[in-house]
Design a protein around this ligand. Structure first.
Ligand SMILES: [Zn+2]
Length: 328
């Protein structure tokens, strides 16, 4: 998509408040390559740079200057920001339950249900965050990761529900065991979604472009993904062992597993906290991009309007002057 660029793009990440719409080619020249409209995806090939999209009225020039986020539809960018807000709330709830859940809730089932609420917040947030760019830009780089996030998170949530059902008191041991095994598989698939989310966010950061954020996304992809995966697996196995026989808590095998859970869980919490701050930073940076995009769109819209004004006023002047002539 970057071959559509007709100007050299600013190389560094600009500070907020410095949005500048690059001076594009002659407004009367026509777009020679396929260029999807930034707002509706309409192919602008053959239209004038100074014109507007026939489908949605967006300035054509804006859609021909590369795939940077600051030229994206500000409403879409704002949706990504809102998505991260929900994800942050989800992580916060999950962290609180993970740290003091044992004190707050008496039963394992109650903890599971609160975790599901956290998962729902995270799922809705991830859904907003993985809304495709309306122009279709970026899809070549991350369409698979973006879609995988959605599928995996849904499967992972289903797994959490099953796990909570399996751990509910009164459920026969065999059924609880079966539900637990299915839940572990589903949760493992949910972990794949977390990997995919960081791959997607890393590629999104490159569209800012913000190398530091992209780098941090790569680190968390492995750190958070692996420790979360290990926690899910070991936690699931412990849950299975305990179903229907709470006495197993004191066996040496269980004590050994409990130690492993503690170590992996601690590593997972460290990465979860890092992830939390990563999202805060990503959210702040995207919010800056919303502001930049609003300014750029404002400038581009004004420029497209200016180019239209002389012709319109000229026509209006002729129409209004004609009836005056006979009167003179
Ligand atoms: Zn359009």
């Amino acid at each position: 998509m970057s071959q559509n660029s007709i100007v050299s793009l600013p190389p560094a990440y600009p500070s907020p408040g410095m949005a500048v719409l690059p001076v594009t080619a002659d407004p009367n020249a026509t777009v020679q390559t396929d260029a999807p409209c930034r707002k509706c995806g309409y192919n602008l090939r053959g239209l004038m740079y100074g014109g507007r999209c026939p489908e949605c009225g967006s300035p054509v020039g804006l859609s021909t200057i590369g795939d940077l986020l600051r030229y994206s539809d500000p409403n879409w960018l704002l949706m990504l920001v809102r998505g991260i807000s929900f994800i942050l709330w989800g992580i916060l709830v999950a962290l609180i339950v993970g740290l003091v859940g044992g004190v707050l809730f008496r039963t394992q089932a109650a903890q599971h249900w609160v975790q599901i609420v956290a998962s729902l917040l995270g799922l809705y947030g991830a859904w907003l965050l993985t809304e495709p760019d309306p122009s279709g830009l970026g899809e070549a780089q991350y369409a698979i990761a973006r879609k995988l996030v959605r599928v995996a998170l849904m499967v992972g949530l289903g797994g959490s529900v099953l796990q909570a059902m399996g751990a509910t008191p009164g459920v026969p041991r065999e059924i609880g065991f079966g539900l637990g095994i299915v839940a572990i598989g589903a949760a493992a698939f949910g972990v794949v979604g977390e990997f995919a989310k960081f791959v997607y966010l890393g590629k999104l950061a490159q569209r800012i472009p913000h190398d530091q954020l992209a780098q941090r996304a790569r680190v968390l992809c492995w750190g958070y993904g692996l420790t979360m995966g290990a926690s899910v697996l070991i936690g699931g196995i412990v849950g299975l062992l305990l179903i229907g026989r709470p006495a197993a808590r004191t066996s040496p095998v269980f004590m050994g597993i409990a130690c492993a859970v503690a170590i992996v869980g601690l590593a997972y919490l460290v990465f979860a906290v890092m992830t939390f701050f990563f999202y805060i930073r990503m959210r702040r940076t995207l919010l800056e991009q919303v502001e930049l995009a609003r300014q750029v769109w404002g400038q581009a819209t004004a420029r497209a309007a200016d180019q239209r004004t002389p012709a319109t006023t000229g026509l209006a002047a002729r129409q209004s002057s004609d009836p005056l002539r006979p009167g003179r």
